[in-house]
Design a protein around this ligand. Sequence first.
Ligand code: SAH
Length: 338
Amino acid sequence: MLEEYEYTEPSRKRVYVLLLLLVLLAGIAIFVAFRTAGLKGVLASPDKQSDANAATVAAASSPPAVQPDGTSRDPDKPPAEAKEPPKPVEEPNEQKPTDPNDPNDKRPLRPAHKHPAFTQRAAERARMVDWQIEGRGIKDPNVLMAMRVVPRHAFIPQTEDRYAYADRPLPIGNDQTISQPYIVAFMTETLRLDPNSIVLEIGTGSGYQAAVCAEICRQVYTIEIVEELAKAATKRLKELGYPNVSVKAGDGYFGWPEHAPFDAIIGTAAAGRIPEPLIQQLKPGGTMILPYSDRDGLQYLLLIAKDQKGNLRKSTVMPVRFVPMTGEVQKPQAESNK
Ligand code: SAH
């Protein structure tokens, strides 16, 4: 029994076989290790190879990751890509002026800003934007830019001159008013306009809201039911240099089918129902904002988003006070389309 626990020397043959196996295994392991290391070396791109040194090289010679323009730089990107100009902040006015005589120049006509009004009272406008607009939460840089640029004092009667940048609506004649600057900015922001947008406005009034949109968009179409106001606004916008605003005298209820569909529609007179033609003329993916007046005469801003399938999503945004929308929308209807 004891023998079972005794160390018995294995036969020499078995030892040799074991040793041989070990050597073979070691050989295979070394071979595999070399092969993978070698392949990696072959497959690695020059860029990746240089990555190994990137940390030290970058630390020694490249510019800081945050560029002077505020954009951050990916240190792994080759310099050519890093140098690519950052996407410009949508400041339409930084574009080169459009050449209306060049048939190949398809860029939209931009506001000119040559009129002296643009340089007048700039400090008041800046203060208005700081306190009334940005201070109340408007963030869209295009809207803030437009509100700083458009000379509101050029859109109001002389008698109201000293209130031009005050935090309130002002009379513009014919019993109509120019909206409070904050409301203009707020409504414009909800439309998320960009330099390609085509906008329809119902209720030109003084033309101020149209000018604000025109600073951001490609083209603004605006309709005014009071002929006198439409004429005055057309003249004013022309003198100030807004080639991308077209004014029409008429009932905005019917929209402007010749130029439809629109990326955005803005109504600046309160209606008790949403004019059906305006819904038709809103592009899928587009947004419409208009003051809606309920049966009790309470008004609020109604935001209507049309999705790609044409479905509408309506939401009430804030209580407001606008002059009423007149014309067709006031005619009694058998069935409201709201
Ligand atoms: N957006 C203007 C303020 C507009 S006040 C501005 O920036 O100055 C509302 C305007 O809507 C008034 O001028 C009024 O005459 C006009 N209006 C009322 N009903 C209208 C209708 N059915 N179609 C077009 N304009 C209308």
